[in-house]
Design a protein around this ligand. Structure first.
Ligand code: ADP
Ligand code: MG
Length: 396
């Protein structure tokens, strides 16, 4: 955003030898007391490594899960600390509470090049309440504040909102910086043609995004459950498909706006249908032929081909939302097809959203995108052009 004060980079902060309070998003899935997917830890490693190389004393803070303001052993950070140590070979000191004597002692004894990992911030109710008193206590643990937790910058929580204001020296980690940089490119000066591919569960969750994108893109392709609602708004009978009846007028007005702006808007021409989501197979039918007792669970091959023709020549692509129930193999082809089209597109390609990112990772195509956002909700809110509390709090 042009007029706003800049956010400093960790690269330009005087972190050498200082205690750096680093907020990361290590909210990783755990299974049997181990980290099941460490991508979020890996995503912040460049920032941690940078700080270590400069001899900072690193105090790392994160939340994990939803313990709702009280200590819950199943959301403890021990497996996260263990994985971090494995990945880096560093000694990681875990405090059993993010505040109090335990962390004061660990942080006090921390030497240059050592890491302390504070226990789950959400074990305290003050975190999600953006409590200033809680933030003040946390602030005692560092000299400089760095935020690398892009996944939570849209939340006004203490460690991302109240806390940075208590530091004179504060700024963004390398991951946060890369996220903002990539999304800014789409927001303020996207190369044309700019294409958006949208899918996923609900129109209602993506209204702000649709609203913002329709003003900016040259073409919009819509699939997934969201596409079903748009097809229904065009008057098609969608059988038992998940559609949001109360959003039909809105879908119609969005299509009208697309027409007025002269942008191309593509909906599915064919669909994969089944009698229920657990069906072992699906059947491809034209979008006009969904029987009353079936649901549309994926886009069909002709739709994939049509979407691909729009995606390939894009100079900028933003993709959010799976094209079908991709978690189940019979309904995963549409999402895979769009992931492949995105990977083959030579423009600047960005994927955002929790499930969309998971689909790209699962397909092994992440490295072929320009940017795969680690922030689901945050990336969408950023593209809506909203001010995000965690970013505003970092500005000088
Ligand atoms: P993201 O997290 O990438 O923003 P969403 O949360 O909006 O995406 O939606 C993802 C979910 O939408 C997936 O779990 C997927 O199974 C579901 N989905 C997409 N299309 C359909 C469909 N046609 N029918 C049922 N579920 C669908
Ligand atoms: Mg989601």
């Amino acid at each position: 955003m042009e007029s706003a004060a800049p956010i400093r980079s960790v690269r330009d902060l005087p972190i050498d030898g200082r205690r750096v309070l680093l907020r990361v998003d290590f909210n990783v899935p755990l299974e049997d007391g181990r980290v099941a997917d460490d991508s979020r830890i890996r995503a912040s490693l460049p920032t941690l490594q940078h700080a270590m190389e400069r001899g900072a004393r690193l105090v790392v803070a994160t939340h994990l899960g939803r313990p709702d303001g009280k200590p819950m052993p199943e959301f403890g950070l021990e497996p996260v600390g263990a994985r971090l140590a494995e990945l880096t070979g560093w000694e990681v000191f875990l405090s059993d509470d993010c505040l109090g004597d335990a962390s004061t002692k660990i942080v006090g004894e921390l030497r240059s090049g050592q890491v302390a990992l504070l226990e789950n911030l959400r074990f305290h109710p003050g975190e999600e309440k953006n409590d200033l008193d809680f933030a003040r206590k946390l602030a005692r643990l560092g000299d400089i504040y760095v935020n690398d937790a892009f996944g939570v910058v849209h939340r006004a929580h203490a460690s991302v909102h109240a806390l940075p204001g208590l530091f004179r020296e504060r700024g963004a980690g390398l991951l946060l910086e890369a996220e903002v940089h990539a999304l800014d490119r789409l927001l303020s000066h996207a190369p044309r043609p700019f294409v958006a591919a949208l899918g996923g569960a609900k129109v209602s969750e993506k209204l702000g995004l649709l609203d913002a994108l329709i003003e900016r893109v040259d073409a919009l392709v819509i699939g997934g459950a969201m596409g079903n609602t748009f097809l229904a708004a065009r008057g098609l009978d969608m059988g038992k498909s998940k559609i949001e009846v109360d959003k039909l007028p809105l879908a119609r007005s969005l299509m009208e706006r697309a027409r007025e702006r002269g942008i191309q808007l593509l909906l599915p021409e064919d669909l994969v249908i089944a009698p229920d989501p657990m069906s072992p197979t699906g059947e491809v039918v034209p979008a006009t032929r969904v029987p009353p007792d079936q649901l549309a669970l994926d886009i069909g091959p002709r739709t994939v081909a049509a979407f691909r023709r729009v995606i390939l020549p894009a100079a900028a692509l933003f993709w959010n939302g799976p094209m079908g129930l991709f978690e189940r193999a019979p309904f995963a082809q549409g999402t895979l097809g769009i992931a492949e089209a995105g990977a083959d597109c030579r423009g600047f390609t960005v994927v955002g959203g929790g499930e969309s990112t998971a689909a790209v990772m699962r397909a092994g195509l992440a490295s072929r995108f320009g940017h795969v956002s680690t922030g689901g909700g945050a990336s969408l809110e950023y593209l809506e052009g909203r001010q995000l509390p965690g970013l505003e709090a970092l500005r000088s």
